[in-house]
Design a protein around this ligand. Structure first.
Ligand SMILES: *Cc1c(COP(=O)(O)O)cnc(C)c1O
Length: 389
């Protein structure tokens, strides 16, 4: 389906709401029926009808259609956060006694879900280097039910060969789930590569305006229906109609925004990669990335997120350098919005309690947003004096 058509028209039955160009926010918890027969048939299929907003809602339903089509999936469920989407997608495929395989460094709360939460319910797991197919194959057990992928991840940008992983998993009757937040559906479509379920933190590119926390799971009608009927309805992670409406608004400009972030990040990464105070950059779209060829094969673009390790001798230098980049780069988590952001690893040093992270204090994750790349490069140019000895 044409992306322009789906973003502008798909799911928008305008005659149902006064031919308004923009769909209404149907801020209602429940929906009434004219006859017992109609009520009964709606209750029998809550996924495709409007009974109660914890399940489905007219504003949310438009969003579901668009997100499914964007990922070339048959259906989608929308959640109140990306973490809820991850949790429900994973839980829906497992029961006590099952085993899960996951990429080594998934998103931090996905890591905790697997290692601290699921283990409470008798689910075993292994974190593996999933860039190596032989490692995956060697880790598969008779009770392995899920292979969890995140390609690339959002801090160190390791990739997995999604088509090869999907084929291997299918051979062993294992479901594949891929967190596709980094690439967005514009730059990577895991379902087309054979992955079963695709999840997104819609908080990032899909909404894109740093004003909504949301998530999505896309997959076949059968998988989504099953997930909906028990896991989604029982756990209750629904998005509010108001947030769904904001997400619909953000989605209109998704291709424009991510193309700009991609273009700007490329320019900034090229500048940083040749700077004498830069040790290395990590960006799947840069030829120095260890999996550059795989990235070129399965992704069509890279967006605004990358990391840099600087040549800094002391943590104080990194503190001054990072503060000099403000407010061009706000000191904040998340990414995928209009605004550039930085998360210096130095923030996680000297916490007093936790041990320092496995990354050097000179490592920083950047998100380049919609600002002029020359304005961003100029901020770096000025900040670099703080890294001089
Ligand atoms: C942010 C993020 C999540 C979690 O999404 P929330 O919307 O913050 O709950 C999951 N995966 C990745 C890759 C993320 O960046």
């Amino acid at each position: 389906m044409d992306t322009s058509y789906l973003l502008t028209h798909l799911g928008e039955e305008r005659e149902d709401y006064f031919n308004a160009v923009i769909p209404p926010i149907v801020q209602s918890s429940n929906f009434s029926y004219d006859s017992l027969a109609d009520f009964r048939s709606a209750i029998l299929n809550e996924l495709d009808n409007f009974v109660y907003t914890r399940g489905n809602n007219p504003t949310v339903a438009i969003l579901r259609q668009k997100l499914a089509a964007l990922e070339q999936a048959e259906d989608a469920l929308v959640f109140g956060s990306g973490s809820a989407a991850c949790a429900v997608a994973i839980i829906s495929q497992l029961q006590a006694g099952d085993h899960l395989l996951s990429v080594q460094s998934p998103y931090s709360w996905t890591f905790k879900l697997i290692s601290k939460f699921l283990s409470r319910f008798g689910i075993s797991y292994d974190f593996i280097d999933a860039s190596d197919l032989q490692q995956i194959e060697a880790a598969i057990r008779p009770n392995t039910k899920v292979l969890f992928l995140e390609s690339p991840n959002s801090l160190t940008f390791e990739l997995q060969d999604l088509a090869a992983c999907a084929a291997l998993a299918k051979k062993h009757g294992i479901r594949t789930i891929c967190d596709n937040s980094y690439a967005s559906p514009i730059y990577q479509n895991p379902i087309a590569l054979g992955i079963d379920l695709v999840i997104h933190s819609a908080t990032k590119y899909l909404n894109g305006h740093s004003d909504v926390v949301a998530g999505v799971v896309c997959g076949s009608k059968a998988l989504i229906q099953k997930m909906f009927e028990l896991d989604y309805m029982a756990l209750g992670p629904a998005i509010s109609p108001n947030d769904a409406w904001l997400l619909l608004r953000g989605l209109r400009t998704l291709p424009l925004r991510i193309q700009k972030a991609n273009e700007h990040a490329k320019k900034v990464v090229d500048y940083l990669a040749q700077h004498p105070k830069v040790d290395y950059v990590l960006y799947p779209g840069h030829p120095s990335h260890p999996q550059y060829e795989l990235a070129q094969k399965q992704m069509s673009g890279f967006g605004g997120l990358f990391s840099v390790n600087f040549k800094a001798k002391r943590i104080e230098q990194m503190e001054r350098f990072s503060e000099a980049l403000m407010p061009t780069f706000l000191l904040a988590v998340s990414w995928g919005g209009f605004e550039s952001l930085q998360v210096p690893t130095a923030c996680f040093y000297n916490l007093g309690t936790a041990p320092p992270p496995p990354l050097p204090f000179s490592f920083v994750r950047y998100y380049v947003g919609l600002e002029d790349p020359d304005y961003i490069i100029d901020a770096f140019e000025k900040a670099f004096v703080h890294l001089e000895d």
